[in-house]
Write a protein that binds this ligand. Structure first.
Ligand SMILES: [Zn+2]
Length: 102
């Protein structure tokens, strides 16, 4: 008798290796995604500069000092709109934003 792994054993270990490789790939993908997210956190999605936090009428906005883009978090546009309506067009939040910049 020759002590040699059977074909079935070869297949078994081959399959196990594939599973390990697959798991490693999933883990690497997840790590890459996390690193990418971290790298983009609080960066302007348009030009990549660091966003500066600004406050306009109790609403926090993120403004890009490089390209001038303004980014709002979820719900902040509603909040701005509500303050705007309560004040009327001339005293609204957007007006005070523009005033700040002029
Ligand atoms: Zn920008």
């Amino acid at each position: 008798m020759v002590d040699k792994p059977s074909k079935n054993e070869d297949e078994y270990f081959g399959k196990q290796n594939l599973e390990i490789i697959h798991e490693m790939r999933l883990k690497l993908d997840a790590e890459r995604r996390n690193a990418e997210r971290k790298a983009h956190h609080n960066k302007c999605p348009r030009c990549g500069a660091d966003l500066k936090e600004q406050h306009a009428e109790h609403v926090k906005i993120d403004e890009c000092p490089e390209c001038g883009g303004i980014w709002l978090d979820k719900g902040e546009l509603d909040q701005l709109g509500r303050v705007n309506r309560a004040r009327g067009a001339s005293g609204g939040v957007l007006t005070s934003l523009f005033r700040r910049r002029g």
